[in-house]
Design a binder for this molecule. Structure first.
Ligand code: TYD
Length: 150
């Protein structure tokens, strides 16, 4: 019983890839230039505690390569394009982001990496937590061991 409880405490259930959503954000088309926006209680399913952005990525470089235990994120290609590879430990899927009015919602428990950045691309990330190194799983085998089927 003790061992069983320990297993549950240090594991997370497999997140379904269908829980990863491409959110269509508002776009106010205007001949002077388009405008998009996000309101946290309206367009995204969490309170934003942090934003960060990834830029000046040299050709061929890969960012990410980890999963989060608790943190949820939205990734937006504000400029240019990139691919986000998501993996729940069982299946892998690629989302190509190339419009600034789409936000990719990634719940916790998903291994993800960002690759194939175009020149001068800018990826904005909205996060449900502050920066917590303890929330990262940076080893893929550890991630596989961490997830379990109900
Ligand atoms: P990390 O999330 O590991 O980026 P990637 O997975 O793309 O390599 O972050 C890289 C470094 O930046 C890491 O040492 C921690 C630091 N960092 C912060 O201090 N605050 C943040 O909000 C983020 C995202 C990273």
């Amino acid at each position: 019983m003790q061992i069983f409880n320990q297993h549950i405490k240090e594991s997370i259930m497999i997140t379904q890839l269908s829980d990863i959503k491409l959110i269509d954000l508002p776009k106010i088309a205007d001949p002077r230039g388009n405008l998009s926006f996000i309101e946290e209680d309206k367009h995204i399913p969490f309170k934003i505690q942090r934003t960060y952005w990834i830029y000046d990525v040299p050709g061929g470089e890969i960012r990410g390569g980890h999963a989060f235990k608790k943190q949820h994120e939205i990734i937006i290609a504000l400029s240019g394009s990139l691919d986000v590879v998501v993996d729940n430990g069982l299946t892998r899927k690629i989302f190509s982001l190339n419009r600034s009015y789409y936000g990719l919602y990634i719940p916790c428990g998903i291994w993800r990496q960002m690759e194939n950045f175009s020149t001068n691309s800018l990826a904005l990330v909205l996060s449900s937590t502050t920066y917590l190194e303890d929330d990262y799983i940076r080893d893929y085998n550890q991630f596989k061991n961490y997830t379990y089927n109900e």
